[in-house]
Ligand binder design. Structure first.
Ligand SMILES: Cc1cc2nc3c(=O)[nH]c(=O)nc-3n(C[C@H](O)[C@H](O)[C@H](O)COP(=O)(O)O)c2cc1C
Length: 320
């Protein structure tokens, strides 16, 4: 699963873990600066042990801060640390990190080197195929070659350019055209590297075929919005029977009990689950109950149990 700010928080990741027991999950990006200057940096690293394997994604362009941030994070059980070189937002650009670093492979090299010095765990990069008028052939090859000198071998590549002026982050996730062939060529020409394809993958058959061409695929929006695809892909990959939505709902209700006990509220959990029934009878009711009603019943996790029961009785009636 791709890192997604405001989406892939710990509650979301717990939900995704139930759907995809062996997928690699990512945190949202945290800046090295925020970690270094926080009074209580542990709060950025908190997660449930069930979320493993889990990658912490960081943003930054100052090797010393990245070193310090990874040192602080290192004892929290993350399986990998990832540097964000793909985010085009103006806030990130003004901090001189994210996608704009694609033009500065020497800076990325030093950042990755510092991160590697701070941990024994694998360090990886998430980037685009280029930015602005950068040549996606020579430019991307040069970028990958330079940063590979640090010894990193894992690259998550969002298969489109980022245009750093004139497009919002949202537009930058859909307007620049996807170019899977370019990422494929990178993978073929660098068989010793682990190249994971990201961007626009939203259909089960297509994802399965891309999984065969690349070392792996990274899924973002489609899997967030239609999360049961994660369960289907897990079942396809492992041959295990498809988990039932009922089991997921029951488990998430128990998880929500825990969140509420610890001072949280129901909506923090349910907001990530709205797409669970997409494509089935009851999908609209599920979304309404868990989206809207959860706001007014913030401590009632039975809302998940009761809504799931209702949706199942509807599905069963339809089948009968
Ligand atoms: C709401 C949202 C937040 C995102 N936040 C991050 C982030 O923190 N770090 C990052 O590397 N990419 C971030 N992305 C980009 C995704 O990780 C992914 O590269 C992009 O959505 C393309 O994949 P998709 O087409 O499967 O969604 C974000 C995307 C969305 C939709």
């Amino acid at each position: 699963m791709a890192p997604m700010m405001d989406w892939t928080d710990r509650h979301c990741r717990y939900f995704h873990r139930l759907l995809a027991p062996s997928a690699l999950l990512f945190t949202e990006m945290v800046t090295a600066e925020a970690i270094c200057y926080a009074e209580n940096p542990e709060r950025f690293f908190e997660h449930h042990s069930a979320e493993h394997p889990l990658v912490l994604q960081v943003g930054g362009s100052e090797p010393e801060k990245l070193y310090q941030a990874i040192k602080l994070a290192d004892e929290f059980g993350f399986s990998e640390f990832n540097l964000n070189v793909g985010c085009p937002s103006t806030r990130v650009q003004s901090g001189h990190f994210g996608a704009c670093l694609m033009e500065k492979p020497e800076v990325v090299h030093d950042c990755l080197f510092a991160m590697k010095e701070a941990t024994e765990k694998p360090v990886s990069v998430k980037c685009r195929i280029g930015i602005d008028d950068m040549d996606i052939n020579l430019g991307l090859d040069h970028f990958i070659q330079e940063i590979s000198k640090t010894g990193i071998t894992v690259f998550y590549i969002h298969a489109r350019k980022a245009l750093l002026t004139g497009l919002s982050p949202k537009e930058n996730r859909s307007i620049p055209p996807l170019n899977y062939e370019r990422v494929y060529r990178l993978a073929i020409e660098n068989p010793e590297k682990t190249i994971i394809l990201n961007g626009g993958l939203n259909n089960k058959e297509d994802i399965i075929s891309k999984q065969q061409q690349f070392h792996g695929v990274m899924l973002g929006r489609a899997a967030y919005k239609t999360p049961f695809i994660l369960a289907e892909l897990h079942s396809h990959a492992t041959g295990e029977p498809l988990i039932e939505k009922h089991t997921i709902a029951k488990n998430m209700a128990n998880y929500a009990d825990n969140v509420i006990e610890r001072g949280g509220n129901l909506r923090q959990v349910t907001r990530h689950m709205l797409g669970l029934f997409n494509g089935e009878t009851g999908a609209k009711y599920w979304r309404k109950q868990l989206g809207e009603l959860a706001r007014y019943q913030p401590y009632n996790s039975d809302l998940i149990r009761e809504t799931a029961e209702f949706c199942f009785s509807k599905i069963k009636r339809q089948v009968a």
